[in-house]
Ligand binder design. Structure first.
Ligand code: FAD
Ligand code: SF4
Length: 409
């Protein structure tokens, strides 16, 4: 249980953070900043830290990204800011996420309050359905402008997959709680244990000036051969169970995991951290095609998970799962004590919205000419936390324009 709560990566000490910042080449038109989907502007916060201005650095992060401490820990930086880092051409890219983490930890330790309450109330009301990263970022932005914002969340606590998906050893609860507290302290209202149904959605559209749908990819996918076997657990259910109990859940002696993305890596690493003796992960992709981020795959390997690549499940009789290789003439059979499926998530299609390839059809995040807007995984983008923040920042512009015009009528 303790291993589940222990943060996977250590943070920088002040000396190491400043040393790392001093490796920055201070590029003009910095590619790291251009490569951050949320516009968190690493070039500016790293420059501030180089000049020992930690407070200024914290202000840069927070003004650009209300979830800066979370992104510092969970962003797949090798695809974004670090990919752009010019220092890669000399030796290795700057550890941007760890610097961002050091600065946001400094901000937390000093109890800095950078997000500011609105100076005036605009008198218009916005309802946000869901409370994942897109909803939280948007709630902060709209509230700071002076809109009254109410979040409706079906679960007991706010956060979406930040709360119930990403394991605590990668995103500690106290980091998440503080980010959410700062947003609620702006005066954002919230109702939890409150699933909005189609009927209530219609009412919200009449009662609120704008309704934002930020309901994410709620449903876990399955495979036909496992559908009638209720003993087979879905990855998101397992991760939620582990997170709610701080990793203190029953351990099977051996578990088979099917799937090879980041969620599968979270499942196998969680299983090892809670003490599962034998974990086998069978993956459709071959190693050269792997979808999981480098960091997550490395962590799974460090935990001695057996990863078998390139195999497709063929049949399951309630005891044995048979797999065949995608290209070779090879079949394997596994008789695990427990099975967890990690083969992706999809949106629950709700509120009569028009979906295409898992995303709601919108123009500039707006559904037709209604007062409904959509953000997060169901809007568009790359299905990451920083991608969700990006959709919220972009949608904020269009929602504010829409509400400003409505006020002028
Ligand atoms: C296990 C796991 C690990 C991940 N790890 C990473 C990572 O390391 N880095 C990364 O960048 N991304 C990661 N992701 C992806 C990332 O979490 C998502 O892209 C992101 O959370 C999407 O944000 P969102 O705001 O669209 O909604 P979500 O986080 O999906 O939240 C949607 C919320 O809406 C609520 N909701 C749905 N329907 C209703 C309703 N009718 N009424 C009220 N509430 C409702 C849900 O309960 C939920 O709280 C991970 C995802 C999973 C599942
Ligand atoms: S928010 Fe994420 S992608 Fe952007 S600079 Fe920070 S760690 Fe990099």
């Amino acid at each position: 249980m303790k291993d589940y709560l222990k943060e996977a990566e250590e943070g920088f000490s002040p000396l190491l953070a400043i040393e790392e910042a001093s490796r920055c080449l201070l590029c003009h038109d910095a590619p790291c900043s251009k490569n951050c989907p949320a516009g968190t502007d690493p070039a500016r916060f790293i420059r501030a830290l180089r000049f020992l201005n930690e407070k200024g650095a914290a202000e840069v992060i927070r003004e650009n990204n209300a979830l800066g401490a979370i992104c510092a820990r969970v962003c797949p930086q090798e695809k974004y800011c670090k990919l752009g880092c010019s220092r890669s051409g000399i030796d290795k890219p700057i550890e941007i996420g760890k610097i961002q983490r050091y600065i946001t930890d400094f901000e937390a330790n000093l109890k800095m309050n950078i997000l500011k309450k609105p100076e005036r109330e605009l008198g218009q009301k916005v309802a946000i359905i869901g409370s994942g990263p897109a909803a939280l970022e948007l709630a902060a932005l709209l509230r700071m402008k002076g809109y009254s914002v109410t979040i409706f969340e079906k679960d007991e606590k706010l956060g979406g997959y930040l709360r119930y998906g990403i394991p605590s050893y990668r995103l500690p609860n106290d980091v998440l709680d503080l980010e959410i507290k700062r947003i609620l302290d702006l005066g954002v209202e919230h109702k939890v244990n409150h699933r909005v149904n189609d009927e209530e959605f219609k009412k919200l559209k009449e009662l609120y000036d704008a309704v934002i749908v930020a309901t994410g990819y709620e449903l876990a996918k399955t495979l036909p051969m496992f559908e009638t076997h209720h003993e087979v657990e879905l990855a998101t259910q397992f991760l939620k169970r582990a997170k709610e109990m701080n990793g203190d859940i029953d351990v099977y002696s051996d578990v088979l995991v099917i799937g090879g993305g980041d969620v599968a890596m979270d499942v196998v690493t969680t299983l090892k951290r809670i003490g599962t003796p034998r974990v086998i992960d069978v993956v459709y992709e071959e190693f050269s095609e792997f979808r999981a981020s480098e960091k997550e795959l490395a962590e799974a390997r460090a935990q001695n998970v057996s990863i078998i690549d390139g195999y497709v499940p063929m049949s399951y009789d309630g005891i044995t799962v048979n797999f065949k290789h995608r290209h070779l003439d090879s079949v394997i059979s596994i008789k695990p004590k427990h099975i967890i499926l990690a083969v992706g998530q999809v949106a629950r299609m709700q509120f009569g919205l028009d979906y295409e390839a898992g995303e709601v059809k919108t123009t500039n995040y707006r559904v037709g000419d209604s007062n409904v807007f959509v953000v997060g995984d169901i809007a568009h983008g790359d299905k990451t936390v920083v991608g969700a923040v990006k959709t919220a920042k972009e949608a904020n512009y269009f929602i504010d324009n829409f509400l400003t015009k409505e006020r002028a009528k």
